[in-house]
Design a protein around this ligand. Structure first.
Ligand SMILES: CC(C)(COP(=O)(O)OP(=O)(O)OC[C@H]1O[C@@H](n2cnc3c(N)ncnc32)[C@H](O)[C@@H]1OP(=O)(O)O)[C@@H](O)C(=O)NCCC(=O)NCCS
Length: 175
């Protein structure tokens, strides 16, 4: 029997169930850029992420979407709306007055490469469009090639590059 995929809206009460799904994102980050170690442990990453999600879910316009196969929660996506003046965009680009940020998308490893991530992004973008948002941002680790491929296919392009120099990581690259 093949169980059907269901994409539906979630709420703050779904937060605890997102822990393994967010930890899967963290693991992807660790694997994709091992040179940036040390990384925080699973409990720390979730404690911080859960705090952020709790705040975002209290704002109006935040969208949480869940992907379920049968009774198993296999993925989620979360997006929220920012006032243009609260972003780094306002002093550089001409956009609308509100910016949608795709904060997270995750699919459990056993369920990847079957179109679920694309369905989650479709739903997030549709819900933001329904709210009148047509300017979108998202962030990704530069080593996370699989995620970046999906975003670029949807028309996202690199606009702002953060660089960091954390203590204890590899030093300058020889010219
Ligand atoms: C990024 C992520 C959410 C994508 O989810 P996903 O469900 O695997 O995404 P999709 O299945 O829609 O697309 C993945 C690939 O499968 C392909 N695909 C989609 N449906 C398919 C199908 N039925 N048969 C074969 N391939 C398929 C897509 O074309 C895509 O190909 P690509 O690797 O060449 O780009 C998932 O890899 C993930 O959770 N990664 C870890 C967390 C993460 O990195 N999150 C993003 C942080 S910025």
């Amino acid at each position: 029997m093949t169980l059907e995929l269901r994409i539906r809206r979630g709420s703050a009460s779904d937060l605890p169930s997102l822990e393994p799904l967010w930890v899967a994102v963290h693991h992807r980050h660790v694997e994709s850029m091992p040179q940036l170690a040390p990384y925080v442990d699973d409990a720390t990453t979730w404690a911080n992420r859960a705090m952020l999600y709790r705040e975002l879910l209290e704002k109006s316009g935040t969208v949480l979407v869940l992907a379920e196969v049968g009774r198993t929660r296999v993925g989620y996506g979360l997006a929220h709306i920012l006032a243009l003046e609260d972003t780094w965009i306002a002093d550089t680009w001409v956009t609308g007055r509100q910016i949608g940020e795709i904060e997270s998308v995750s699919v459990l490893p056993d369920y990847r490469n079957a179109g679920i991530g694309t369905r989650l992004l479709d739903r997030l973008e549709q819900d933001l469009a329904d709210a009148g948002i047509s300017d979108l941002i998202l962030g990704a680790l530069p080593g996370n090639a699989a995620a970046i491929r999906i975003y670029e296919r949807r028309g996202f392009q690199s606009t702002w590059l953060y660089m960091s120099r954390f203590a204890g990581r590899p030093g300058p690259v020889d010219p």
